[in-house]
Write a protein of this length. Structure first.
Length: 465
């Protein structure tokens, strides 16, 4: 890991050197301060879920996941894990958050910083220090261009925090917040990239130290009729992986492609193949595959609609050895659990409130099924129908049908249905019914599926200047 630290310092130095020679014009920003165009925005909100106080709220889980929960090392310290009851989480207490972001740009250089501030529940008292979280995030990026033989090349470096990060078409790296850096060189539609992600094991328990992806891709290739093509091929490696002792390598290849039409319809696919040393581990079980179709549009200026359908497959050897051993709480603590945090909604890692709205699907969901082949069929729909008086009807569906070898199939039919009112631009007050609940008991931020659902009240507002 020392070599990785030295490499990171070199990357930081490269950012400074390229910034001093950048010749690109910065994007227009609301405020001008010397050579900087600066934008500032603050987003805040309150989320509360109310359940029947007369009895515990029950959750539904696949048999395999339920067994893992009840037999996890944490269950000895948190007895609720031995039942099918919903465990404690911030939304049961009325949680508040605020994000303050500063975005400064000048001649190809961008400095972005965001402060995440959360009060994890009004039940804990106004100034409950153990249930207040403040997390800073940063991103520095530099874009520049130069000419060789009459041809223009574009180069860029960026490093820091990447929110909702995705590589290729999202077979493995997607729906996760990471830290790392990216280097790229682009000529016309051809692009060479290096993506380095730090400590996936520490961040979300994927049993991977660092991951590096070396990619060649073509972007925005026009095929006529407003149809465009994106395609990528690359090599990945898990830096610090020791799975080769089991006949599995910590490296492999990815190939992906996507067709886009009018920026409304997108058909995409990706195949990943993990390297092996033992021939008996070959075949389709060392592969993973994703095929998806998405559509988004505004219909008659009344209905904002986004639809996604996906098929995912992960062979048992592709995911082998990538899950967390479950020896410690990551997103919560509990009194008496020595060696870990000692409070209940903030652990060694934070499950930020804004991630509650993310889709259920992420790579860690599939790595959980150790030694099994996993496939899923996913359907997501996000719709908002505008009503008079700045009101709207809200529909969010996230259905995940899981088919795991040697297990009974299971459907996660997540929904959030409700009514929203916007009294002013950037402000929303919404009341809905949902069966989504925060799950702080895994090694990644995820959801519980409640049996009966509950009413959820949300107030959110944003200002920018």
């Amino acid at each position: 890991m020392a070599a990785v630290g030295r490499c990171s310092k070199l990357i930081a130095l490269a950012v400074v050197l390229i910034a001093s020679h950048s010749n690109l014009t910065a994007e227009e920003r609301p405020t001008r301060l010397g050579v900087w165009d600066i934008g500032f925005d603050v987003t805040g909100g309150f989320i509360d879920q109310g359940y029947n106080p007369e009895g515990p709220t029950r959750v539904r889980m696949p048999a395999y996941v339920k067994s893992e929960r009840m037999n996890s090392p944490m269950a000895a310290y948190y007895s609720t894990l031995k039942t099918d009851e919903l465990t404690d989480n911030p939304l049961l207490h009325g949680a508040m958050f605020a994000h303050a972001a500063l975005d400064a740009r000048s001649a190809g250089l961008r400095l972005f910083c965001k402060l995440i501030m959360e009060h994890r529940g009004t039940s804990y008292g106004t100034y409950a220090m153990r249930d207040v979280a403040v997390v800073p995030t940063f991103l520095v990026s530099v874009d520049t261009s130069f000419a060789i033989g009459g041809e223009t090349f574009h180069a860029g470096v960026e490093g820091g925090n990447f929110d909702d990060h995705k590589l290729y078409e999202g077979l493995t790296i997607y729906n996760m917040d990471v830290q790392g850096y990216n280097l790229h060189l682009k000529w016309k539609n051809l692009k060479l990239s290096l993506d380095h992600i730090s400590d996936l094991g520490v961040g979300i328990g994927l049993n991977i130290d660092d991951q590096a992806d070396y990619t060649v891709s073509v972007e925005d290739v026009s095929l006529g009729g407003r149809l465009k093509l994106d395609a990528s091929a690359g090599y990945f490696e898990y830096i610090g992986s020791d799975d080769s002792a089991n006949g599995l390598r910590g490296n492999g290849v990815n190939v992906s492609a996507a067709l886009r039409w009018k920026d409304r319809v997108r058909l995409y696919t990706q195949v990943g193949i993990r390297g092996v040393d033992d021939p008996s581990l070959g075949g389709v079980k060392r592969c993973a595959n994703l095929v998806g179709l998405s559509y988004q549009d505004e219909l008659k200026e009344k209905l904002d609609l986004s639809l996604t359908g996906e098929y995912r497959y992960y062979g048992r050897y592709f995911n082998e050895g990538q899950t967390y051993d479950g020896t410690c709480f990551l997103y919560r603590g509990y009194e008496g659990y020595s060696g870990c945090s000692s409070w209940n909604t903030v652990g060694a890692q934070l499950y930020p409130l804004h991630m509650f709205y993310r889709p259920f699907s992420q790579w860690a969901v599939y790595t959980d099924y150790e030694g099994r082949d996993v496939q899923s069929f996913i359907f997501r729909a996000d719709a908002a129908y505008k009503l008079p008086g700045n009101c709207s009807l809200i529909c969010n569906l996230d259905f995940n049908y899981m088919d795991v070898s040697n297990e009974d199939p299971f459907l996660y039919p997540f929904y959030n249905l409700g009514f929203g009112w916007s009294p002013a631009h950037g402000t929303t007050i919404a009341v809905s019914h949902t069966n989504r609940a925060m799950n702080l008991d895994k090694h990644y931020p995820t959801l519980y599926l409640t049996k009966e659902g509950t009413v959820m009240f949300v107030v959110q507002s944003a200002i920018s200047f």
